[in-house]
Design a protein around this ligand. Structure first.
Ligand SMILES: Cc1cc2nc3c(=O)[nH]c(=O)nc-3n(C[C@H](O)[C@H](O)[C@H](O)COP(=O)(O)OP(=O)(O)OC[C@H]3O[C@@H](n4cnc5c(N)ncnc54)[C@H](O)[C@@H]3O)c2cc1C
Length: 387
């Protein structure tokens, strides 16, 4: 089959790899003009790691890990109040664990499909027409083309979903936070640590990217307003929200770029069905869980893998879409629920809430409580090893 994938991110590139592997022609339309730059760090383990191992890219990923050996929680003076050592995290996860830049994973996936799959950078879909024998696509530059199937892997704000299923607000579940992040030069001597500092309703996080002297500053805040300002206004909006925040926050804000600051609301996507006719969705487009799950990338890879496996098992695409959704949905729902629960206490809104969180964090990060921590990080079971 000739299959169009909208979106060349983690889900789209994984899908493209496995479609090619099973003899299909995959074409990826990626809106960005080239592979994305910048980005943010991700914890990578469980099912996604297993899919990556099947693809033979884990050595490459392991060679580009973030140089972090612990997660530290600090007070306003930078004194460490609690510390999560990497060894404890690995014990909790009970399997391989990698701390990566999101772009490291995307680059490894792009490399895996290089010269095998056509990736059309700077291209996106303007209109879709479902026909009995295929899907008619009109691209934004006006070109028309026919495909057997269309898979939307274009992220949480998916245009494929909008065109085929309806507006985002119908499926969006906002968790009451906005996040922003950007890279900056390390003038702080941070060392191999990820550092968290919180005040009521606001959190600043800092970690090294693995590029010499480069850090990522990440800001998270509670808000009922999930609209995101235009690029040119984000820096000012962030400075306004974090006015008066302690620790290194003022310096980090001074170093914010005028443009190119990534900002988004924490939004989950929940849909009654992930497919319609010859169109299906995968990754964040249908199952976004937000950063509080720490498993969105992992599940995006799982989705790409399972969708192609189902297409290989069934001659009929409807049966394949049904099988894919039936296999993946329970794992997604479980992680989304856990992410919502975790989000409630992620950044406490009051000083009392923060003090309680700090005491609980110190307790939970003791080795003896690894079982409790495991519940927060998920069971990390792999559909690959279950089937
Ligand atoms: C700050 C942060 C921290 C995170 N931490 C973790 C973590 O620790 N562990 C984890 O597993 N996950 C984490 N996640 C979530 C994870 O990054 C996502 O779940 C994952 O990237 C989803 O992959 P995707 O391919 O579905 O979507 P995306 O990665 O968003 O990729 C979508 C792609 O589609 C392209 N696109 C968008 N619109 C169009 C269009 N109209 N036409 C064509 N192309 C389009 C985009 O340019 C992009 O390349 C985190 C996310 C954030 C923001």
């Amino acid at each position: 089959m000739k299959i169009l994938i909208s979106g060349g991110g983690i889900a789209g590139l994984t899908l493209a790899h496995w479609l090619h592997h099973w003899g299909h022609i995959a074409v990826v339309a990626e809106r960005a003009p080239h592979g994305r730059l910048g980005g943010y760090g991700i914890d990578f383990f469980g099912t996604g790691y297993d899919v990556a191992a099947h693809m033979g890219i884990t050595d490459r990923l392991a060679a580009h890990q973030l140089p972090t050996d612990s997660v530290c929680y600090v007070d306003g003076a930078g004194r460490v109040t609690a510390r999560l050592e990497r060894q404890l995290l690995e014990k909790v996860i009970r399997g391989p664990y990698l701390a990566l830049m999101h772009t490291t994973l995307e680059e490894a996936l792009a490399e895996a499909v290089r010269d095998k799959v056509e990736i059309r950078y700077g291209q996106h879909i303007a209109a879709i027409e479902q026909r009995p024998s295929g899907v008619g696509i009109t691209f934004a530059e006006g070109r028309q083309e026919s495909f057997d199937l269309l898979i939307g892997a274009d992220g949480v704000h998916s245009a494929t979903r909008e065109l085929a299923f309806g507006p985002e607000e119908r499926f969006a579940r906002h968790l009451g936070y906005t996040m922003a992040c950007y890279p900056l030069h390390d003038t702080y001597g941070l060392g191999p640590r990820r550092v968290h500092y919180s005040e009521p309703g606001r959190q600043t996080i800092l970690y090294p990217t693995g590029m010499p002297g480069e850090l990522i500053a990440l800001f998270l805040y509670r808000t009922a307003d999930h609209t995101i300002p235009p690029c040119a206004e984000r820096r000012a909006a962030l400075r306004h929200t974090f006015t008066g925040m302690g620790w290194l926050t003022p310096q980090l804000l001074d170093a914010a770029p005028e443009d190119g600051l990534f900002m988004d609301s924490l939004t989950q996507i929940t849909m009654p069905s992930w497919h319609t006719g010859r169109i299906a969705l995968t990754g964040d487009a249908c199952a976004a869980m937000t950063l509080t799950s720490a498993q969105g990338a992992s599940m995006a890879m799982d989705g790409g893998y399972l969708l192609v496996q189902a297409l290989h098992q069934h001659a009929d695409h409807q049966a394949a879409f049904h099988t894919y959704e039936t296999q993946l949905r329970p794992a997604v729902q479980q992680r989304q629920q856990r992410a919502r629960t975790f989000a409630r206490s992620l950044v406490p809104a009051t000083r009392t809430g923060l003090a309680t969180q700090s005491a609980v964090t110190r307790l939970v990060l003791r080795n003896a409580f690894s079982g409790l921590l495991r519940r927060g990080y998920g069971d990390a079971t792999s559909i690959l090893t279950r089937t």
